[in-house]
Design a protein around this ligand. Structure first.
Ligand code: C5P
Length: 406
């Protein structure tokens, strides 16, 4: 998002109160933001708030003397790399579909040829309305428009239903996706992520420090590039709500998430998904050992716990998948080593029949478990290597995708 120009178009709906947060998130990611609104949006969020957070005057009145140019509705689309309409109200959506342009926001939209994200928000009965759904389908068929669905939940009118705007964090991801080439469209990619928990008794388990952040960053990047992602996720504290698109939308990625706990559960979910996948990226830190038996009661302090807990090896998912690999499938593993890093990584590449192995460097500061950054070296089975120096896990995910894209 660094240096990108984003126009935020605000409709007159109560969800407008969340847009200052979206502007802040966009700017935190390095984007420049300008705001345009309908006539009444400023009843919900103040001009001063929007101007302060965006750092620019707000374009809300076509005839106001403060406008930089007399044709702001043309200069804004020229300036923009992308636009998001949030909240996109019933009125704005139907006007946009019909080509009506009668205020600052809709005249700007009329001249907009760059990617536009539509984030609807309204009462659930309005959202289910025929005219509105027809308008959304029309917009979804336009080449530069990506239409989000409404989320379900509590609505400002006091009811529960489908009508909520997706949250600012998710809208940020949707804008990033709209700016990203869909060069993974139609590819089905399995990602394993996070740790596994191996139960000792109903209370305790064996695990490791994996946070799941790298796997989530990979799933996010794949989704941005248009892939159909199957994410098999171990227990994680990481929150991720990906953008959900309107059912009429084509040409965008999709996500199926399967949450699992143990190595055995991850094995079952991953090997089933592998049959449908053309690529698998195994970023999960699967526990190597699992208790041979799980006590059905909480083991008591003392004898029970100081006795040796018998362990057995958990299934090596990567190895099973490597053996089963079809000629058209690409298998990518991860390695995290504390010593003889390169040698051990290359051994695993061969033993597990991987096409690529991504070696994490635990020694480097800022890389490895729980951090938001990483640095890796990617080895190919042909003996090549690419080093990706310390960067955000999101940038590292992009680097991994370009290295394995072929
Ligand atoms: O744990 P190890 O270093 O062998 O992990 C190398 C690769 O194998 C990783 O991609 C990891 O996700 C995968 N793996 C697995 N099942 C296991 C152990 C590791 O899929 N039981």
């Amino acid at each position: 998002m660094e240096g990108k120009h984003i126009v935020v178009g605000i409709g007159s709906g109560i969800a407008a109160y969340k847009i200052p947060e979206l502007i802040r998130l966009l700017r935190k990611r390095g984007a420049e933001v300008k705001v345009t609104t309908t006539r009444h949006a400023l009843e919900f969020v103040t001009d001063l708030t929007l101007q302060t957070l965006s750092g620019h005057k707000v374009y809300s009145d076509v005839f106001a003397a403060i406008n930089d140019h007399s044709t702001e509705h043309i200069s804004l689309p020229d300036w923009a790399d992308a636009m998001i309409v949030a909240p996109a109200t019933h009125d704005v959506i139907c006007k946009m579909a019909a080509g009506i342009a009668d205020d600052a926001l809709t005249t700007t939209l009329a001249a907009m040829r760059k990617p536009v994200v539509i984030a609807p928000a309204m009462n659930d009965k309005m959202y289910a309305g025929e005219a509105l759904q027809e308008a959304l389908a029309t917009l979804a068929s336009r080449q530069n428009v990506e239409v989000l669905d409404c989320a379900e939940g509590f609505l400002a009118c006091g009811t529960n239903g489908r009508g909520r705007m997706q949250e600012p964090e998710t809208l940020l991801e949707a804008v990033e996706a709209a700016l990203t080439p869909k060069d993974w469209l139609g590819r089905r990619v399995l990602v394993t992520a996070g740790p596994t928990h191996e139960a000792i008794d109903p209370v305790r388990y064996i695990s490791n420090h994996s946070s799941g952040k790298m796997g989530i960053a990979l799933a996010q990047a794949l989704l941005r590039h248009g892939a159909d992602v199957m994410l098999v996720m171990g227990p994680t504290a990481e929150q991720w709500t990906p953008p959900v698109y309107h059912p009429a939308m084509q040409g965008v990625g999709s996500l199926r998430r399967m949450d699992v706990v143990s190595a055995q559960e991850m094995y079952e979910a991953a090997t089933a998904a592998w049959k449908e996948a053309d690529t698998a990226i195994l970023a999960a830190a699967v526990a190597d050992m699992t208790p041979a038996t799980v006590a059905d009661h909480k083991m008591k302090k003392g004898q029970d716990l100081t006795d040796t807990i018998a362990l057995r090896e958990s299934p090596d998912i990567a190895r099973f998948m490597g053996v089963d690999k079809r000629a058209d499938q690409c298998l990518v593993g991860f390695a995290l080593e504390t010593d003889n890093e390169q040698q051990n990584a290359l051994k695993k590449l061969e033993a597990k029949h991987l096409d690529f192995i991504v070696m994490n460097s635990l020694r480097e500061q800022g890389a490895g478990f729980g951090t938001d950054t990483n640095s890796v070296t990617i080895y190919t089975k042909e003996g090549e290597s690419h080093r990706l120096p310390l960067a955000s896990k999101s940038d590292i995910a992009e680097g991994i995708l370009s290295a394995i894209h072929g």
